[in-house]
Design a protein around this ligand. Structure first.
Ligand SMILES: *Cc1c(COP(=O)(O)O)cnc(C)c1O
Length: 382
C-alpha cells in the first residue's frame, strides 16, 4: 500500500489532491456547512428542478406506489411501465423514433461506445470530451484519435489521413463543454461525418433543459434533429433528477438492449427517480423559456466579468474565469468561500496545464444581487 500513500503525497505536493467536503444541506443556488451558508456557483442544478414541487410530488407518489428500489435489471423484473413512459416522453421531447434510459451519464457513455464500435473501428473525439466518453472509448478497444478542441480543420485532416484504415468511424463530442462552457460546431460535424461516412454521437449533458425550444438541446437548437445518429443526455443536471438517455431509432434501441453491458448488467433506476424525470420533462414543456432566461442572465454576467478585465469565455450557463496556475485558482476559490460564495476551482488534469480556472455554474435561482456581490468579491481579490 506504500505506492498509494506516495501517490497521495505527490498529489498534495502538486496541489492536485482531491478531497471530499460534505455540506450540511444544499438547495438551488444555496449550500451550507455546519457553520456557514453560501451562495452556490458550483452545482449543475441549473434550473433548480431538484427542489421543484412537481418533481418532489411525483417522486413521493411513486415511492408510495412502487417502493424504493427497482429490484432487478430491466431485463429481469426491474422493467416497469413507468420506465417505458419515460422513454416515450424522451423520444417525443427529442424528436426521435425511440429512446433508452441509462442509469447515469457515465454508464450511458461507457455502455454506448463499446456497443457501437470495436477493435476494427476508430473513434474521433474532441480533446475536451468528458471522462465517461474517453473511458467508453478505451473499453470499446477501437482506435481513439483526439482532435483539437472544436478544431474542424484538424478533424478534417485526421479524417482524410486515417478514416480509410478502419471499418466504422464514430465522431464524438459534447454539445456544451462542461469546463469551457462553449458549444461544438454541430453543423460542421454533421457535414464532416456525412462526407467521411462516420456516425456522430453528441453528449448533451449540459445542454439538455437549457438550449433550444423547451430545452431540447443543441441538436434541436441548431436545426439538426434527425441528422445525428446518437443523441445522449442526462437527467442529472438541468433536469434536477438522475439518470441518462440515448435518443435514436428503434433499431438502435433494440440493439443496445442486447449489447450495452452497462444497461444489461445493472439494476434499473428506482421508480421514484423515473417519475421525477418524467415530471422534469413536463416542467420543460410547461415553462418553455426557463433555459432561455438563464442563458440571457449568463450572458450579462459574462459581459460584466469582461468589463472588469477577467479572462472568460463560453456561450452557455457555464462561465470559466481563467486564472493560470492551480495554486491561484485554489486561493481565489478559498477566499471567495470566506466571503460566502462557493465557486469551484478546476485544475489539471481536468483542464490543460496553465489553464486552471474558477468555474461559475449559473442557475435560475441566482438573482442580480448574487451576481453583483460575487463580482465585487472577485475584484477585491485581484
Ligand atoms: C456529467 C456528465 C456526464 C455524466 O453524467 P452523470 O449522470 O453525472 O453520470 C457525462 N457527460 C458529460 C458531458 C457530463 O458533463
Amino acid at each position: 500500500m506504500e505506492e498509494l500513500a506516495r501517490f497521495l503525497e505527490q498529489r498534495k505536493e502538486e496541489r492536485l489532491l482531491r478531497r471530499l467536503s460534505p455540506l450540511a444541506w444544499r438547495a438551488p443556488a444555496r449550500a451550507a456547512t455546519g457553520d456557514q451558508e453560501y451562495i452556490d456557483f458550483s452545482s449543475n442544478d441549473y434550473l433548480g428542478l431538484s427542489a421543484h414541487p412537481a418533481l418532489i410530488r411525483a417522486a413521493q407518489d411513486a415511492l408510495v406506489k412502487y417502493g424504493v428500489g427497482a429490484g432487478a435489471s430491466r431485463l429481469m423484473s426491474g422493467d416497469l411501465d413507468i420506465h417505458h413512459a419515460l422513454e416515450e416522453a424522451v423520444a417525443a421531447f427529442k424528436g426521435a423514433e425511440a429512446a433508452l434510459v441509462f442509469n447515469s451519464g457515465y454508464q450511458a457513455n461507457t455502455g454506448l461506445l463499446p456497443a457501437l464500435v470495436d477493435r476494427h473501428d476508430v473513434i474521433f473525439a474532441d480533446s475536451l470530451s468528458h471522462a465517461s466518453l474517453l473511458d467508453g472509448a478505451v473499453l470499446s478497444r477501437a482506435k481513439l484519435i483526439r482532435f483539437r478542441h472544436n478544431d474542424m480543420d484538424h478533424l478534417a485532416d485526421l479524417l482524410h489521413e486515417q478514416r480509410a484504415s478502419y471499418t466504422r468511424a464514430l465522431l464524438v463530442t459534447e454539445s456544451v463543454f462542461s469546463m469551457d462552457g462553449d458549444r461544438a460546431p454541430l453543423r460542421e460535424l454533421v457535414a464532416l461525418k456525412e462526407r467521411y461516412h462516420c456516425r456522430l454521437l453528441v453528449d448533451e449533458a449540459h445542454a439538455t433543459g437549457i438550449f433550444g425550444p423547451q430545452g431540447r438541446g443543441c441538436v434541436e437548437a441548431d436545426g439538426l434533429t434527425g441528422q445525428v445518429e446518437f443523441v445522449m443526455g442526462t437527467f442529472s443536471k438541468a433536469l434536477g433528477g438522475f439518470g441518462a438517455f440515448l435518443a435514436s431509432t428503434q433499431l438502435v434501441k433494440d440493439y443496445l438492449v442486447n449489447a450495452a453491458r452497462s444497461f444489461i448488467y445493472s439494476t434499473a433506476l428506482p421508480p421514484a427517480i423515473i417519475a421525477a424525470n418524467l415530471a422534469a420533462l413536463q416542467v420543460c414543456r410547461d415553462e418553455p423559456s426557463l433555459g432561455k432566461k438563464l442563458l440571457l442572465k449568463a450572458d450579462r454576467f459574462r459581459k460584466a466579468l469582461q468589463r472588469e478585465k477577467w479572462k472568460t469565455g463560453g456561450e452557455s450557463q457555464i462561465i470559466p474565469v481563467l486564472v493560470g496556475e492551480s495554486a491561484r485558482a485554489l486561493a481565489l476559490s478559498a477566499k471567495l468561500a470566506e466571503c460566502g460564495f462557493r465557486v469551484l476551482a478546476v485544475r489539471p488534469p481536468t483542464v490543460p496545464e496553465g489553464q486552471a480556472r474558477l468555474r461559475f455554474s449559473l442557475c435560475s435561482a441566482h438573482n442580480s444581487t448574487h451576481l453583483i456581490k460575487v463580482l465585487e468579491a472577485l475584484n477585491d481579490l485581484r
